[in-house]
Design a protein around this ligand. Structure first.
Ligand code: SAH
Ligand code: SF4
Length: 395
């Protein structure tokens, strides 16, 4: 990919019906799609809604994978379901557990592709960081995922499937009689901050998050789901309207010259255009703020002047600034800012009236931290020189 053409949407859609079995995977179908599939399989129209609800509960509330276990359905109906459908999740290839408790899953999806999902336990909450694409078409110069070419978009089933796989591993399907809505949930938050640009896979991300929010299933509040975008301006309003989740934006620079190099999508939609779209995001308020992600790169974007410019740029937007100490990866053309620099930057932002938490790197020992995700099997790495050239740096 050349620097002058940083943005391509190399979309490959795989059929939901897998050729091996000829059966349709129910995971990832929206309620209307599930209902239509049941009708197409011969379920009488007037029963279809009830059957949809029953299946929904088995799949998303109880975590059941076997039609034979769905005891409130007649035996021959269960047999019909098993003949026509599957309940399939990504398969865990490997799981690594960090010294700090962070878990990184390498998952295999249809076609043999691989994605990573990270679980981050914290005091009083637990966040699951999920992927939306295999690789990424964008080429942010500080991001490890950006050095991997896009292989394909994930399906809605593969996106919500990551949540279900993690629930399996954490043992979080509620025991009978226990309310599914439990404040002590292990997975209390979802962030779309893994591999890929979620707004370049809009429909699948939306459908998957609708399933995660559905009250009869995983039942997470829309306020506990955060979608992070590098700045796909035309899709931002739609995310607010059709998903209603919280928004994070990979801001990372305070001038177009620097942002062009760090986040090349800026050449298409620059800082001013991005800020206009953010100002228009639905429901913005003091309790629903936009998270500005800002990676701290030594000598690149971390000066006091940058901090002051940042505060001026975002004036009037309900915001919190999440400072991310750069996570290094093999061949990365940047270094992490010194700790005192990060604190000085945070202090300027904080004194201007914005929360400015510094994101503690989690799971660094297993390469699970922000921007370090990349399929282990992906060998065709760009060279350090190539990355540096695209970033506009000297070697
Ligand atoms: N593609 C989306 C979401 C995934 S990245 C996006 O770019 O917003 C999640 C966050 O980690 C983004 O803010 C991203 O810019 C940041 N990030 C990427 N590489 C990083 C690295 N090496 N160190 C720290 N943060 C990084
Ligand atoms: Fe893609 Fe986000 Fe990485 Fe940029 S930071 S290359 S948009 S995953």
């Amino acid at each position: 990919m050349t620097a002058s053409a940083p943005i391509t949407q190399d979309l490959v859609t795989i059929p939901r019906t897998l050729p091996e079995s000829g059966r349709t995977n129910l995971v990832g179908l929206t309620r209307p799609a599930l209902q239509a599939a049941l009708v197409a399989a011969g379920t009488p129209e007037k029963q279809a809604k009830m059957r949809t609800g029953q299946l929904w509960q088995w799949i998303y509330q109880k975590g059941v994978r076997d039609f034979a276990a769905m005891t409130n359905l007649a035996k021959d109906y269960r047999a019909m379901l098993a003949a026509r459908f599957t309940i399939e999740l990504p398969e865990i290839v490997s799981k690594q557990v960090s010294a700090d408790g962070t878990r990184k899953y390498l998952l295999r999806i249809a076609g043999g592709h691989e994605v990573e999902t990270v679980y981050i336990p914290e005091e009083g909450r637990g966040t699951l960081c999920i992927s939306s694409q295999v690789g990424c078409t964008l080429t942010c110069s500080f991001c490890h995922t950006g050095t991997q070419k896009l292989v394909r978009n994930l399906t809605a089933g593969e996106i919500v499937g990551q949540v279900m796989v993690a629930r399996d591993d954490l043992g979080e399907w509620p025991a009978p009689g226990r309310a599914p809505k439990d404040e002590t949930r292990l997975i209390s938050n979802i962030v779309l901050m893994g591999m890929g640009e979620p707004l370049y896979n809009f429909e699948a991300v939306r459908d998957a998050m609708k399933i995660a929010m559905d009250h009869e299933g995983i039942s997470l509040s829309r306020r506990r789901i955060t979608l992070s975008t590098s700045g796909v301006v035309p899709e931002i309003a739609r995310a607010g309207e059709e998903i209603g989740c919280m928004l994070a934006v990979s801001f990372h620079a305070t001038t177009d010259a620097v942002r062009d190099r760090l986040v090349p999508i800026n050449r298409r939609w620059n800082i001013a255009t991005l800020l206009d779209a953010l100002r228009a995001y639905p429901r913005l308020s003091n309790s629903e703020r936009i998270t500005f992600e800002y990676v701290m790169l030594k000598g690149v974007n971390d000066s006091d002047e940058d901090a002051r410019r940042l505060v001026r740029l975002i004036a009037g937007i309900p915001a919190k600034i999440n400072l991310i100490p750069f996570n290094e990866w093999p061949g990365a053309p940047y270094r992490r800012s010194d700790w005192e620099r990060i604190e000085a930057f945070a202090d300027i932002v904080y004194k201007a009236g914005y929360a400015s938490p510094i994101r503690t790197p989690r799971g660094e020992d297993i390469m699970a931290a922000c921007g370090q995700l990349k399929s282990a099997t992906e060998r065709a790495r760009k060279s350090r020189a190539q990355i540096a050239a695209e970033a506009g740096l000297d070697g």
